[in-house]
Design a protein around this ligand. Sequence first.
Ligand code: PMP
Length: 396
Amino acid sequence: MNAVAPHRGERIYLDHGATSWPKPPAVIAAVSRALTDLGANPGRSAHAMALEASRAVEAARGRCARLLGVPEARQLLFLPGCTIACNLMLKGYLRPGDRVVVGSMEHNAVVRPLASLAAQGLEVVVVAADDTGLIDPGEVERQVRAAPTRAVICQHASNVTGTIQLIGEMAEITREQGARLLVDGAQAVGHLEVDLASLGVDAYAASGHKGLLGPQGVGVLAVAADLELDVLIEGGTGGEASAQPDMPRERPDRYEPGTLNTPGILGLGAAAERLAADGVQRRRRADDLLHRLHEGIDALGGFRVLGPPRPQHRLPLLSVVHDWLTADRIAFDLDRSHGIAVRAGLHCAPWAHRTMGTLEGGAVRFSLSADNSDNHIDRALEALRRIVSRAGHGET
Ligand code: PMP
């Protein structure tokens, strides 16, 4: 048995679906500025430093709202992440006795809140995706028409297969049928052009730290002006303190109690500003890299690529299953022997893996960004070739 020599050279990061890295210098500078020049607590005291911090937070809110096509900035809430945003979107809207229709590709950020709501009497109807991970809007419509339905819940794009869902069509269906469309956009933002006003989505949750290139610990929830969510977390909001214990009615304060994550929010604002300038180029570049990786993996043979065959129907991520090598083994060897970071397993999305028939061993996910190079892709392909060849010769 040959010992595996740990990799000592340059490390290649292909795990942008977990979190993007490296963060742009403008993001790092904004985070740093929040901790230095803008160190006061926004929305609290009335001194000049606190007011300046408040203005910076609201400027960041405006940038994020513009990037995502949210008509009024106050409809965009800053929350600690997409998971918290999904919890507010679901638990703040759905009640025992409601019926919802949900796609079978959802992440645990949606599945687990739905499971706890189901235990309290929510009826959950699951629409199975096809073998590319796509949810058929026609089937969603049939299910919505079958019985009074309060909401359709669907991710914008899958973190397992990269499949981009037909959200616009689902929005038409929900509008016609008097239901609401609640979307988990964790993986889509930054990678897809997202214009929430024209998509007609009622609530849209997203991570700040993935395709948007912001820091970890901040996400957003965009909520249509006519959609009222229950408050899940109560506390101080700085502004409207009175003898009444009720939370203020106005957004965003109603849903943003406690001290805000100013470094995270300002970092995300800087990321949004940058993406507004170069998002289109970045998307094109990431798609080229995806194409290169997809062709290379097909040429290697022995791998099944999950998700849609056509690159324009997927995010720049590719999950693969090998004919006889386990996903864990491939990811381990990529990291230890080749310095290549990917993610193996179920990606917090057992529903999606069950739909793809990969619940047993999971898959290896390569998730790309425009910051990767052709050379990164070629080295990943060469590493895969070597891993399979060595394992085929019984080497470990
Ligand atoms: N939904 C999807 C589809 C995701 O991929 C993720 C992150 N893996 C989440 C929700 C949760 O996002 P966060 O970790 O930022 O809370």
